[in-house]
Design a protein around this ligand. Sequence first.
Ligand code: HEM
Length: 398
Amino acid sequence: MTDTACPHFPFPDAYGPHGIELHPAYHWARSYGAAAPVTLATGHTGWLITRHDAALQILRDPRFSVSAAAHAEASAEMGPTPPETFGIMTTFHDAGLRSPLLDAVNARQAAHDRPRIEALANHLLDQAEARSRPVDLYQDYALPLPLGDVCRILGITLDDVPDGFADWEATSLDFTSTRQQLDDAWQHQFAWARTLLRNPPPRGLLRPFSAAALAHGGTEPDERITWATVSLITAGHMSATVLIANSLITLLTRPHLIDRLRRDPALWKPTVDELLRYTPFIHSGLPRLALEDVRLGDTTIRAGDYVVICIEGTNRDPRECPNPDTFDPTRQPPTKTVTFGHGPNTCPAAALGRLHVETALRVLLDRHPTLRLTSPPQHLPWRTTSLIRTVRRLPVHW
Ligand code: HEM
């Protein structure tokens, strides 16, 4: 595709004022057709997908490749994201690590780990309560809860996470970072993963990861497995971190819903379903490269075209979900979403990710019935230059 006279994506003023509202350009994209042409941050043109049926078709079609997208020039909508951090299940599969990973994060294991996740949530709240008010629920809770649980799965603890980690991650997701800053941020994360693989803890996933990474006999862990470890740490906590923070904003601005949840805990399940549909959490999307010409509804995607499946846009397709911009936990049946992807690259830890979000919200709201934001959502410190769509801090009183 060569046409450059199309809207820029991520849509420039989609960030506010509320942060959870979607910019009208998402409606434009959906009404344009099954795929809408957009100019990506790299200057390349790509197709934006915001229709549910088109998203499912692409995500299950092997002619749309995630690994080819990672190496495409149009990729890295923000900068030099290492291609090895995409499509990491292939790396784990090739290294014989697919089964250990799935065993550690599947739905059965997640159900088994629920008490540990609740204990971590309570522990983090104990610490937060000991701090001065207002408490920052982003840094003190939404970030460390899923991150701490991913650390547990790997065999380490939050104390093993380097001090600069949150900054490196934020820099690597910020599209105003310079190339040098991006390279530095990724290299710090790579160096940490390399240290973990060289000296794995006695239990947890890092043990088999390390054995596979050093199977060639040297002391330098295999580079692909090291990048996959970096990516797993981010994939394992970042979406849940953002969903916890943004879901709290959604709930705290609807106190009547919190009252209903307290009176009827059975409402938690449909409420979390609806939060996972309604709550935007990334500005980019799921990238794919067409390997062949493919007909998609009214559009032909040509071999070599770059496609971005927009999760939040797709989750609000009115063809799939009536009144999609309304938060309504009573929807029956719950709307199908692409929050965890679809098809061969579906999130292998969807049940665990969902549990992180639900546990964080439940434990917090059970423990702090008087929880409230310190300012209206539009005055919160929203990130305006990040691929993740959330606040920098979430100050609350209780
Ligand atoms: C609420 C939390 C989470 C959300 C919303 C989420 C979402 C997603 C999505 C949308 C994909 C598909 C990417 C694509 O098709 O290109 C994905 C893939 C993946 N997720 Fe998650 N995820 C979450 C939690 C987790 C957790 C807890 C882990 C592991 C500890 C994890 C590990 C992975 C991995 C390894 C992949 C790559 C799959 C592949 O390469 O085929 N995710 N996730």
